[in-house]
Ligand binder design. Structure first.
Ligand code: SAH
Length: 402
């Protein structure tokens, strides 16, 4: 392995090697030898265009996005449909330059604590949906959450993310108490919540208790598509209203979507980009859709790895300062997913701090990685892999740069 003084040269080498692996379709084998969840073969999907001019045009669109952070709806669609390996490499280079200009080589880490897998909702894609009779339900106690934080703190985590289903038993008052306890014990840490849709009063109460950030993926910015992913009663309008409320209250706010969710079209993705630009969030979470065997989408195809990277790069150019994770789902569909996500413009990773005993129960999708690893062990291998591509895991809250 390259361990160099001149990080740049070394990184260039490994980058081109990793990119070549992607381009030649070398899929690697899953780390645990599990069955691959990769989507359709890349070559079938990639639009290369028969005339050379389309390529120049799309390159110019990447330049335009880099310079102005803005594209029209039609331009977004052209770019989203027009991905090629060559253009990807061009995009990722620009995305890395922007990321390094804004955040240097630091990789921010967030310790993910999956506090409950009870959920009142029944989203068609999600493994912890209410209708999944096979999910073994659990809810962490406040003490368990605090000891996850303690473990995380000693490892260098300074952000804790409490994520869970919309569990009615996890009341706002209870969550507020947990936040106050975390803040009291670890005053130099940020608390991020990812607990779904709530009323303005509830969000305000959690903010007043000391929560700093809130992640609520919008899932898709196309209302019809939203209706295909969710049962009646859940609406895009309400999801968006929640996001605007969170921002107004003062949370560092994150939206996002799954790449390749059933029914997603380039038009949907163009709307996602326009919505994200308009909301101007501090964080954006995107990862491939991965089917879960106990959901209505069990037989759907997973989102494509390369397309997820492409969208990460585009988001970096559109929102230069955004906090952009290489997600666990990205790491699940490709053994080098997190590294390649970083090389495409991401700057955040969210390792799991949940107690080992519950990890296998929080199965949003199949083959999720790190369900059996100690946090310390995962963090060490993450540090190594980031170093190998020229980046460095940072100890600190890793706030949005104002
Ligand atoms: N209940 C919270 C947290 C949801 S889980 C909320 O509503 O925000 C966090 C994210 O996991 C979801 O927003 C969704 O985008 C993603 N997710 C769920 N099921 C998935 C699947 N099958 N494949 C990939 N991502 C999935």
């Amino acid at each position: 392995r390259f361990v160099g003084k001149t990080g740049d040269a070394g990184r260039g080498d490994i980058q081109s090697r990793l990119f070549k692996d992607i381009q030649t379709g070398n899929r690697f084998q899953g780390r645990r030898g599990g069955k691959s969840v990769m989507g359709k073969q890349e070559s079938e999907k990639t639009v290369t265009g028969s005339d050379g001019s389309g390529r120049y045009e799309r390159k110019a669109l990447i330049d335009k996005l880099y310079e102005t952070q803005e594209l029209s709806r039609e331009e977004w669609i052209r770019l989203i449909e027009g991905r090629t390996p060559e253009l990807s490499e061009y995009l990722f280079e620009k995305a890395r330059a922007v990321r390094e200009r804004e955040y240097g080589k630091a990789v921010y880490i967030r310790g993910l604590i999956e506090c409950s897998n009870y959920c009142r909702n029944n989203c068609y894609y999600c493994g912890i949906r209410r209708g999944n009779q096979n999910a073994q339900r659990y809810r962490l106690t406040a003490d368990e959450i605090l000891s996850c934080c303690e473990n995380g703190y000693s490892l260098g985590f300074r952000t804790f993310v409490l994520q869970g289903g919309e569990d009615p038993a996890m009341t706002d008052g209870w969550v507020a108490d947990v936040i106050r306890r975390i803040k009291k014990e670890f005053p130099d840490c940020a608390v991020t919540l990812s607990l779904g849709e709530k009323s303005e009063a509830a969000y305000q109460c959690l903010f007043d208790a000391g929560a700093d950030r809130y992640l609520l993926r919008h899932e898709t910015a196309d209302a019809d598509h939203y209706g295909k992913l969710h049962p009646d009663g859940l609406s895009l309008a309400h999801r968006m209203e929640c996001l605007r409320t969170l921002k107004r209250i003062g949370f560092q706010t994150g939206c996002g979507f799954m790449v390749g969710s059933p029914g997603q079209t380039p038009e949907c993705l163009a709307k996602d980009m326009a919505f994200i630009r308009e909301l101007n969030p501090q964080m954006v979470g995107i990862g491939p859709f991965i089917p879960q065997h106990d959901t209505p989408f069990r037989d759907e195809r997973a989102g494509a790895f390369e397309e997820t990277l492409w969208l990460l790069g585009l988001i970096r150019l559109m929102l230069p300062r955004v906090l952009l994770p290489a997600t666990t789902a990205l790491g699940t569909i490709h053994p080098k997913g997190r590294e390649l996500g970083m090389l495409a413009g991401a700057n955040v990773v969210m390792p799991n701090l949940s107690p080992l005993g519950v990890r296998k129960k929080y199965l949003l999708y199949d083959n999720k990685i790190c369900t059996g690893d100690e946090a310390a062990e995962s963090l060490n291998s993450l540090k190594e892999s980031m170093k190998a591509i020229g980046y460095e895991v940072a100890v600190g809250r890793g706030d949005y740069r104002l």
